[in-house]
Write a protein that binds this ligand. Structure first.
Ligand SMILES: O=C(O)CCC(=O)C(=O)O
Length: 274
């Protein structure tokens, strides 16, 4: 019988059902909504019930429309949840990656949390979903580097769960538009080769960074909340030979984001009055 590693090598991905504890994921999802709800309250003056999914997602759209910067910054902030990072370093992941052949896994980049909805796009732009691409193009890590993709809400076709093209890692690294974040593949692809994943909370897809994949089409009025973890293999010979290339740029802003802040009074408020 084919081992999981053989299936992973053949298809370029595997789906593992019930891999994560639902409660752990629910907690991350809840914490992310709590952070957004603070900005929803500040910007829109409403206290939205984070347990009411329709109402909450609508409030997210309203925040996006009213204060795009606040939305983007909050989106970045939730990526830094300690619970999310803790999950990304769970020994269970290391063991699973080792079973799949990444003998010595290391984090490739910070975790990413995505909120996909056509209502979270500017002027009808398609940036809310990703065209066919290979993550290796943007990560350039070990040849066997892998992505763990999972939803924070049940993700079916209608909610636009990720779509994968089985065996497409054997097409090699494709020409891509590297001008933006997407790294979209330029060649015409046979779209009928895409497989639509359908995942419950707790299920994961592990895929090779060379696998061609794309966002599904979220046709619902709800947000598709999902997370991606990325790992390299320190033992990969080409990774060592290429001196561990690091393609993600992480640097501070040159300008103060809030000009004139903080004053000495602001500082004293924190350090003297508490
Ligand atoms: O979440 C999606 O729809 C696509 C995600 C993806 O392509 C990626 O993280 O590389």
């Amino acid at each position: 019988m084919e081992s999981l590693k053989q299936e992973f090598h053949r298809n370029g991905y595997v789906i593992l059902r019930g891999f994560f504890d639902k409660e752990v994921l629910n907690n991350i999802y809840r914490q992310a909504r709590e952070i957004f709800s603070v900005q929803i309250n500040r910007v829109l003056g409403i206290r939205v019930d984070i347990e009411n999914r329709e109402a909450f997602d609508k409030a997210m759209y309203a925040l996006f429309e009213r204060d795009f910067d606040a939305f983007v910054n909050t989106g970045k902030t939730v990526q830094h949840l300690i619970s999310l990072h803790r999950l990304g370093t769970d020994p269970k992941i290391t063991a699973q990656l080792q079973e799949l052949g990444l003998t010595n896994p290391i984090i490739g980049v910070r975790p990413a949390m995505q909120f996909n909805s056509r209502f979270l796009s500017k002027n009808g732009s398609k940036h809310w979903k990703l065209d066919p691409h290979q993550d290796w193009r943007t990560g350039q890590g070990s040849l066997d580097s892998a992505v763990i993709w999972f939803p924070l809400v049940p993700a079916n076709k209608e909610l636009g769960s990720v779509q994968v093209m089985p065996g497409s890692h054997f097409k090699g690294l494709m020409e891509a538009d590297t001008s933006g974040y997407q790294g979209g593949i330029l060649a015409d692809l046979n779209h009928s080769e895409f497989v639509q994943t359908e995942l419950e909370v707790g299920d994961i897809v592990v895929f090779s960074t060379l696998l061609i994949h794309q966002s599904g089409n979220n046709t619902t009025d709800l947000i598709r909340w999902s997370v991606q973890f990325r790992y390299n293999n320190l033992d990969d010979a080409s990774f060592i030979e290429r001196a561990y290339p690091m393609a993600y740029i992480y640097k501070p802003e040159e300008e103060l984001l809030t000009p004139g802040f903080p004053s000495l009074a602001d500082i004293k408020e924190v350090f003297e009055n508490n």
